[in-house]
Ligand binder design. Structure first.
Ligand SMILES: [Zn+2]
Length: 165
């Protein structure tokens, strides 16, 4: 049920939900602060027949006037924020926080055990240890070192594994 009245300042016809009776609003037409009356000061807009045709010429003009109503929304409570941010689970924050980007260098020359080349095994073992989801990248390196046995500078290779852990 709407309360229909004229703005006392600009005479704009206004329709306000009856829940707003007695409260102050800003006139949507002139911006003046006005008090909504307890009851309509205008007749209810019951002037249109079921066919949509105006019942009589007087009603027709009344209907035309009703059309000019400005509907003023009344809010009992402050409008809620439309966008609510989903809270980030604390567990997820903690998981990300304790993981840092690290590197692990494996040199080919250090992978000999009892004369056997264990390079592939050691790299494979390390990759499985950190897990695929934590692997950021594997980079090859070349380096020179002094071979104790031959007392010569040798060039060898290795990998730098960048991972999260
Ligand atoms: Zn007004």
């Amino acid at each position: 049920m709407d309360i229909i009245f004229d703005c006392p300042n600009c005479q704009q016809e206004l329709a306000v939900d009856s829940s707003g009776a007695g409260t102050e609003i800003e006139c949507p037409s002139c911006g003046e602060t006005i008090t909504i009356p307890k009851e309509s000061t205008k007749p209810p807009p019951d002037v249109v027949s079921p066919t949509g045709q105006p019942v009589n010429p007087i009603a027709a003009s009344a209907a035309a006037k009703i059309e000019k109503h400005l509907k003023v929304p009344v809010h009992d409570t402050p409008a809620e924020s439309l966008i609510k941010k989903a809270p980030v689970p604390l567990e997820a924050v903690a998981k990300g926080a304790d993981k840092k980007i690290r590197i692990h260098t494996i040199r080919h020359a250090t992978c000999f055990e009892s004369g056997h080349d264990k390079f592939d095994e050691k790299v494979t073992e390390f990759l499985n240890e950190i897990g695929e989801v934590n692997l950021i990248g594997v980079h090859t390196i070349n380096y020179t070192f002094l071979d104790i046995a031959s007392q010569k500078m040798l060039t060898d290779f290795g990998v730098v594994i960048v991972y999260r852990g």
